[in-house]
Design a protein around this ligand. Structure first.
Ligand code: MG
Ligand code: MG
Length: 243
């Protein structure tokens, strides 16, 4: 899972480095697929439930599951969510990050920063709670995101990850501390706050995949696959150079 995670993270780095005005989300997706295949791995998302891309690339009010397209051209001020998985020797990674195109608004940057920090609040809750439960993660994420003036998407949640992309348990980004399944060493989870600028309500696009905010405001996403160990939480999809 460490190797699958590292390849996943490197693919996100490859994508980040090509984000600029004028690039299409299809061009980014092609590079991601080539990179993952070059590593001897497979893009986990390609063909998953019929998904046509190697990555989900979601722009601005698109929350998740954006289909890469040669018609989607990035422009200055956009925020882009890159969500990738690499399948390697029977295991998959799953990770997402949000990047700005050129100069972005202060509010967009704050949304990205709060989303990332909410993830780390979730990790801290696991590490600092004596017998942590899944609800401790969601509680910490929600407290931080909402006290920063943003909202937490309810309809989509994190999950177990391992041989399969989506395994039990579900890992909501909201909840009650001390509730839900026990978190114990050996578990591998994809923790992934999806944080909105306005309402937490979302709606699905007619393409059958894309999910957008109901009010058209911005959304940010930050995800790592993590392993729970006796010595703490290992971020399997975090590499140097990636915030
Ligand atoms: Mg993901
Ligand atoms: Mg995920």
């Amino acid at each position: 899972m460490k190797t699958a995670g590292r390849i996943t993270a490197e693919a996100i780095l490859v994508a980040r480095d090509m984000i600029r005005e004028g690039v299409t989300t299809k061009q980014i997706d092609d590079k991601i697929r080539h990179y993952i295949e070059k590593c001897g791995a497979k893009p986990t998302f390609l063909g998953y439930g019929g998904f046509p891309g190697s990555a989900c690339i979601s722009v601005n009010d698109e929350v998740i599951h954006g289909i890469p397209s040669d018609k989607k051209v990035l422009k200055e001020g956009d925020i882009v969510k890159i969500d990738v998985g690499a399948f390697w020797h029977g295991f998959t990674g799953d990770s997402a990050n949000t990047f700005g195109v050129g100069k972005i608004s202060k509010e967009a940057q704050r949304l990205i920063d709060v989303t990332r920090e909410s993830f780390y609040r979730g990790i801290k809750a696991i590490e600092e709670t004596e017998h942590p439960r899944i609800g401790d993660i969601g509680y910490a994420v929600q407290q931080y995101a909402e006290s920063s003036g943003f909202s937490v998407v309810r309809k989509y949640v994190g999950h177990g990850v391992g041989h399969e992309l989506h395994e039990d348990p579900q890992v909501p980004n909201y909840g009650t501390a001390g509730r839900g399944p026990r978190i114990y060493p050996g578990m591998t989870l994809a923790i992934e706050p999806m944080i909105n600028q306005g309402t937490y309500d979302v709606k699905e696009l007619k393409d059958g995949w894309g999910v957008v905010t109901a009010d058209g405001k911005l959304s940010a996403h930050y995800e790592h696959s993590v392993a729970i160990t006796d010595d703490g939480v290992i971020l399997l999809t975090k590499i140097d150079g990636l915030e």
